[in-house]
Design a protein around this ligand. Structure first.
Ligand code: IPM
Ligand code: MG
Length: 376
């Protein structure tokens, strides 16, 4: 098959890591006769420099016309002082909303090769693990296009004029909750059959609504074990016994916070990929999908052949799996990354972490990227 993919390298290390994702995807697709056309677009800081806007209208339009979007990272100190609606991050929010990718899948797991980079003790890792292994493997499904990120917000001055104020609103409709829950339940069905709703139902009305809807939907999934946790407790459980979790489903804001926590316990933010997916529209070949590494633009190391391209490469694998159903090709990429780590290849960010008995080869972006291609 032929796929047309929007490619937004973005800022900082974004373009250099996505370059290796592109090569890996192409190589993995080769055997099956799949070809990829890449439509390069600019969004984020580089778009601000060229057009004054983080996400020009025509960029969104072109991205929507493609079969999927692969993105590097946006942002950097250069654009830090711009007003909120003109910052590079607006490009991300605009792409998420514009493409309608309401479910953000953020897997976090312990890579045995990098195990010593995990800040948790073995006994903590073993605590919640049903097989008693010092390990965890979880998936955060974060609602991505609603809630406080997109709710009504503003500033004002009280009636007497004595004080000013600011507000943001957490508002969710039934359908927004239902559709992301479906994605999470379906994911749980393909994994270990456990789903945990994380909310703040002891305080927030919106959370009580999430919980009611989850309780209703749970009846449709009798084979999935549904559980509920308040977000403060969930933050604690993640570092007390992460092995207890399979799929965590939660709102936009809680998911943002918990996924950063989960990335730290996996030992290396430079390794984590993400997928954001939506509902297939009539007349479209594929559901909308946006794929990006979780790490940021790391401007301090940009252009120095130091960036770790593995998260971007793994994001390419997620694209093949979730957008195009190319499971074999996705696995090929994941196995190639794993074999490169087993062989000792390390970019600086993941070097010297121990956990594997092999001698490490400290390499740059290019060398580890080439090793992945060779393994493919
Ligand atoms: C993320 C990031 C973004 C978010 C920022 C950059 C807008 O933190 O993808 O987790 O808050 O969603
Ligand atoms: Mg975040």
């Amino acid at each position: 098959m032929n796929f047309n993919i929007a490619l937004i390298g973005g800022d900082g290390i974004g373009p250099e890591v996505t370059a290796w994702a592109v090569k890996s995807v192409e190589k993995a697709g080769l055997a099956g006769g799949h070809t990829f056309k890449w439509t390069e677009l600019q969004a984020g800081g580089c778009a601000i420099d060229q057009t004054g806007e983080p996400l020009p209208q025509d960029v969104l339009k072109k991205a929507k016309a493609c079969d999927a979007l692969l993105l590097g990272a946006v942002g950097g100190p250069k654009w830090e002082n711009l007003p909120g609606n003109l910052r590079p991050e607006r490009a991300l929010l605009g792409l998420r909303a514009g493409l309608g990718v309401f479910a953000n899948l953020r897997p976090a797991y312990l890579l045995l090769e990098l195990k010593d980079a995990c800040p948790l003790k073995d006994e903590v890792l073993k605590a919640g693990n049903s097989e008693g292994k010092a390990s965890f493997d979880l998936l955060i499904v974060r609602e991505l296009t609603g809630g406080i990120y997109f709710g009504e917000r503003g500033r004002g001055i009280n009636v007497s004029g004595s004080e000013d104020f600011a507000y943001d609103t957490e508002k969710y409709s039934r359908s927004e909750i239902e559709r992301v829950l479906r994605v999470a339940y379906d994911a749980a069905a393909k994994r270990r059959g456990k789903l945990c709703l994380v909310d703040k139902a002891n305080v927030l009305e919106s959370s009580r609504f999430w919980r009611e809807i989850t309780q209703e939907m749970a009846k449709e999934y009798p084979n999935i074990e549904t559980s509920y946790l308040y977000v403060d407790n969930a933050a604690m459980q993640l570092i007390r016994a992460p092995g207890q979790f399979d799929v965590i489903v939660t709102s936009n804001l809680f998911g943002d916070i918990l996924s950063d926590e989960a990335s730290v316990i996996s030992g290396s933010i430079g390794m984590l990929a993400s997928a954001s997916i939506g509902q297939k529209e009539p007349g479209c070949k594929y559901p909308p999908g946006m794929y990006e590494p979780i790490h940021g633009s790391a401007p301090d190391i940009a252009g120095k052949n130091l960036a770790n391209p593995l998260a971007a490469i793994l994001s390419g694998a997620m694209m093949l799996r979730y957008s195009f159903g190319l499971e074999t090709e996705a696995l090929k990429i994941e196995q190639a990354v794993s074999s490169v780590l087993k062989a000792g290849y390390r970019t600086k960010d993941i070097a010297g972490r121990g956990g594997s008995s092999v001698k490490e080869k400290i390499t740059g972006t290019k060398e580890i990227g080439e090793a992945v291609l060779a393994a493919l």
